[in-house]
Design a protein around this ligand. Structure first.
Ligand SMILES: [Zn+2]
Length: 168
């Protein structure tokens, strides 16, 4: 009985440690202040819908096939829902079959940034808006030519603007 309690306590401590690390990492991101558009958590909460906030600011992932943008085949630009900056173009969009809007490259080399995310057992490349730091999705190496990359993006993190496919 005592041993079992020890095990439980150990597990709880482990979970707490992981949670604490995630929290510290978020704090570190915010403290860097390296993004041209920077807002407090309260400001983002006011500005964004709850779903947008969960994805952009807390790195949640929307349910697959839940975004209308997944099937969107119109020409135009996909802009960050947090700061309105173009991040992807319809020119690089393809149907990955995963249920998330997918692109083989960002609209420009400087539109997005990446970090390594260890939320799952294996490391993944996290991708975010370079202007406001909002989390967009992940990048995988199983995309089509010419880049071989698959930017797997949460539709809720973007708004679509029909028309021009080039970021000005
Ligand atoms: Zn942004």
């Amino acid at each position: 009985m005592i041993r079992r309690n020890f095990l439980k306590a150990g597990l709880a401590a482990g979970v707490a440690a992981i949670g604490g690390m995630a929290f510290l990492r978020q704090g570190a991101d915010a403290a860097e202040g390296a993004f041209p558009v920077s807002r407090s958590e309260a400001e983002w909460k006011k500005l964004l819908t709850p779903d947008q906030f969960a994805v952009l600011r807390q790195e949640a992932t929307e349910r697959p096939f839940s975004s209308a943008l997944n099937d969107n085949k119109k020409s135009g630009l996909y802009v960050c829902a947090g700061c309105d900056t173009p991040v992807y173009s319809s020119k690089a969009k393809f149907d990955s079959g995963t249920g998330w809007p997918s692109f083989w490259e960002p609209v420009s080399a400087t539109a997005v940034g990446t970090t390594t995310d260890y939320k799952l057992i294996y490391p993944r490349t996290e991708v975010h808006c370079a202007t406001c730091g909002g989390h967009l999705g992940h990048v995988f190496n199983d995309g089509p030519k010419p880049t071989g990359k698959r930017h797997c993006i949460n539709g809720v993190a973007m708004n679509f603007k029909p028309g021009s496919t080039e970021a000005s």
